[in-house]
Write a protein that binds this ligand. Structure first.
Ligand SMILES: Nc1ncnc2c1ncn2[C@@H]1O[C@H](COP(=O)(O)OP(=O)(O)OP(=O)(O)O)[C@@H](O)[C@H]1O
Length: 329
């Protein structure tokens, strides 16, 4: 999401800026110098495998634990000098929900309103508005323990919003949710951002980062292995190609002669050519096949995706590098 400039042509202050964040437990270094810059009004995804340190970053930035080194400002307030002001500006929903299962959804909301010292009437209005916004009005009078995982997660975020935070940290907001609930949660997050909220989310899901985030940082071994938009990250890894599959050996050999630069697999009767993902490149390939008078039985385009980036950056192997992502024909 573009960051708008104010009247003086200056960029608005970052919602979160951190330099050199470090954290160790005993002799285990969890964060080894993390720099973050999250523009106001954007969605920033911190992506990393289990144990990479994502929750540790969220805990530091939300003042739940202190860093061993480095500096950070959240909503313009220094984390160490003014933790109270930081807490007042943020909302956090963690992997371990703040929802109390023994009381109803509405009571959970009213409890939050009390914690934020909202006058009674205003607290009731805010609770009702948020319950409606999160599609929980019908379930409002039922104990939260009877809610589905998706409903609990929605209630958790609704509770976070009672204090009207400008910045919210969502620690793995969709872990354990079914695909439908995950999509609902994505819509909720998108709406929050449309309303001007800045979101820092952690996720293990590449698709989630791709869908939601303006910028993505990949955390690995205590360091940021890369940072950029999904498109920028995808450009970091090679791997775009077109694969042509043939069943007729004569057609295969004919095509292989016409496309000399292709990597051949004579057994599988497939040809693979580097491809930049452009329409022009694809058209030129099809023209060459037409000119040679051959037609492939199947043509698949593989565009590098965040999976490729993630596995390349975190040092793991890509499970199936030739898995096509988009069938072109
Ligand atoms: N209080 C603690 N004491 C000791 N080690 C800890 C503590 N908290 C976290 N760690 C360790 O720090 C590392 C990073 O943990 P963290 O929870 O930040 O990872 P994560 O990226 O959020 O992982 P996940 O995706 O599994 O939630 C892990 O190896 C974890 O065991």
């Amino acid at each position: 999401m573009p960051t708008s400039r104010n009247g003086s042509g200056q960029l608005p202050p970052a919602a979160v800026s951190a330099t050199g964040l470090r954290k160790s437990y005993g002799d285990k270094t969890v964060l080894d110098g993390i720099d973050l810059h999250i523009p106001t009004g954007s969605v920033f995804a911190l992506l990393g495998p289990n144990g990479a340190g994502k929750t540790t970053v969220v805990k530091i930035l939300s003042t739940l634990i202190t860093a061993d080194g480095g500096q950070a400002r959240v909503a313009g307030h220094d984390l160490t000098a003014d933790p109270q002001a930081v807490r007042a500006a943020i909302g956090v929903t963690g992997q371990f929900s703040a929802v109390d299962g023994l009381i109803t959804g509405e009571e959970n909301m009213l409890l939050m309103a009390d914690l934020h010292h909202l006058p009674r009437g205003e607290g009731r209005r805010t609770a009702a508005d948020l319950l409606e916004r999160f599609d929980l009005t019908d379930a409002a009078k039922k104990p939260a323990a009877t809610y589905s995982g998706g409903m609990k997660r929605r209630l958790d975020i609704a509770m976070t919003l009672v204090g009207d935070p400008r910045i919210i940290f969502l620690d793995e907001p969709t872990t354990g949710l079914d695909p439908r609930s995950r999509h609902t949660m994505w819509q909720i997050i998108r709406k929050l951002v449309t309303g001007g909220t800045t979101v820092l989310l952690t996720t293990q899901y590449l698709e989630e980062a791709d869908q939601l985030a303006d910028r993505i940082a990949v955390l690995n071994n205590g360091r940021l292995a890369a940072e950029g938009s999904a498109e920028e990250l995808k450009r970091l890894v090679p791997g775009g190609h077109v694969r042509l599959d043939f069943t007729d050996p004569a057609a295969y050999h004919h095509a292989a002669t016409a496309l000399r630069e292709a990597t051949r697999n004579d057994e599988a009767l497939t040809l693979q050519l580097p491809h930049d993902g452009s329409q022009r490149g694809l058209r030129s390939l099809l023209d060459r096949l037409d000119a040679a008078g051959v037609e492939a039985d199947e043509l698949t385009v593989h565009t590098p995706d965040l999976d490729d980036v993630f596995f390349a950056l975190t040092g793991d192997t890509v499970p199936s590098p030739n898995q096509p992502t988009e069938a072109a024909r």
